[in-house]
Each structure stands twice: as C-alpha cells, then as structure tokens.
Design a protein around this ligand. Structure first.
Ligand code: URA
Length: 237
C-alpha cells in the first residue's frame, strides 16, 4: 500500500472526525472517461428560482398527504442550505431527530455527514443544499417504500429545478434509486458519474451505513475525493 493511502486509512480508522487536507490528494487527477456514465449538458428548467417558488413548494410539502407517511410525522422536512448551491446531497428520509427539528441530517448520521463535508472543504449551508428522497419520517426509521418515494419525487424534482446544482450526491441506495429511477447497487455504482436530467450525479454510501460499517469508510473517502475532483472539473478547474 502506498504511504499516502496508508495515511488516509490510518486517519479514517482512528480519527473521530475527517479533516480537510488542503493540498490536493494524490487521487486528485482528472476524471477519466471510464468514470463517466452518460453525462449530457444540463437540461433542468432554468425558470426564476424565486422566493415565491420556494414558498409554494414549502407550503405544499408541509401540508402534503400524498402517502401514508404523513400520518405519523411531526412535520415534513423539506431540506436545508444554500438555494443556489453547487452541491446537492440527497439522503433517504428524516429520522426521529430530523422529524422533531425539521432539518435533515441532524442526528448521528448528520454529524458524520458534516465531517464528510468538512473533509472536502464544505460546510452545511455554504454552497451545499441537503435534502431527502422522502420528506416525512418513515415509522421506526424503516427504508421508504417505492410508492412513498414515487409520491415524494415531484418535490425533490422541484428542488433540483430550483437549485440547479452542478453536482448531485446520492447518499445510499434509496436516494440513488429515487433519482435514477432504476435498481442501484452501491458497490457497482460508486466511483463514476451518473446523470440526473443532465446534471452529473455521484453515488456513495449513506452515513448511517458507514457508522455501522467502518471498513467501508475508506471507500467513502475515495468517493469524497472523486466528487471533489468531479466538481473541480465541472467548474473548469
Ligand atoms: N438519514 C437520512 O437519510 N436523512 C436524514 O435527514 C437523516 C438521516
């Protein structure tokens, strides 16, 4: 194993937080053609991403009764962050703390997500928007079912249309499937660019999964490097 990789693995295995390393990592080369899965120019409607659109969307989601998840929710959780962000992170659905506080990823998984963001020089709310595939908490934190994801998809689609991010990061399988509308296996799908309506999309492990499977943190680190590299290229850097 090369010393750089060994160092990264050591730090990931031992450190409670992932720290930003400012010089480019050895993995930071250009994204190879083999890592690109059909990326076309962005075609998401540009429309005026005005306050009124967001207000309307927030009101619709707040009162939504399109699926059974509305029955047990305290509140719907639309999303949080910079509405003009280059980065959009999409998770699965709110858990108990998110349902309580009305913000995505505020529990343990959220802490890890914040650390993952910090590792590539990002902060929640600064050029980053965080949303979920479903806006209401599934009971017992179960995985949202396909009809629930389908019922909620228009809201995620509207968010993407308003934000028009440069890069979408799908956190875990339900998020990836909600966006790509196809079966996804993370192990096979990670490490290359996919596409959502012309917007490049990368897939990585869900932070809650990483909390349970420490050995895959090294792969998640590779994914973070890949997404940072991809963003640099998307910005023409
Ligand atoms: N897990 C998710 O997928 N989303 C959240 O908001 C919290 C935990």
């Amino acid at each position: 194993m090369n010393p750089g990789r060994e160092r990264i693995l050591r730090e990931l295995g031992l450190g409670p937080t992932w720290r930003l390393r400012s010089p480019p990592l050895p993995e930071d080369g250009p994204v190879a053609a083999s890592e690109v899965d059909r990326v076309a120019p962005a075609v998401v409607a540009s429309g005026a991403a005005g306050l009124a659109d967001w207000d309307r969307l927030a009101a619709t989601v707040r009162d939504c009764r399109a699926c059974g998840l509305c029955a047990a929710r305290k509140q719907a959780v639309l999303g949080v962050g910079d509405r003009h962000a280059d980065w959009l992170f999409v998770g699965e659905g709110p858990g108990a703390e998110e349902d309580q506080r009305g913000e995505p990823f505020v529990g343990q998984a959220g802490k890890l997500l914040d650390n993952m963001l910090a590792a590539i020089g990002l902060r929640r709310g600064e050029d980053v928007y965080i949303a979920n595939a479903v806006k209401c908490r599934p009971p017992e934190n179960r995985t949202p079912e396909a009809p629930e994801i389908d019922a909620c998809r228009p809201y995620l689609e509207q968010q993407i249309g308003l934000i028009r991010p440069r890069l979408i990061v799908a956190l875990g399988r339900p998020a990836a499937q909600a966006l790509l509308k196809t079966e996804v296996k993370i192990a096979a799908a990670r490490g290359r660019l996919h596409e959502y309506q012309g917007i490049p999309l990368v897939i990585t492990y869900h932070p809650a999964y990483l909390l349970r499977n420490l050995t895959d943190k090294a792969k998640a680190w590779e994914d973070l490097c890949f997404m940072r590299r991809s963003m640099r290229q998307l910005k023409g850097g």
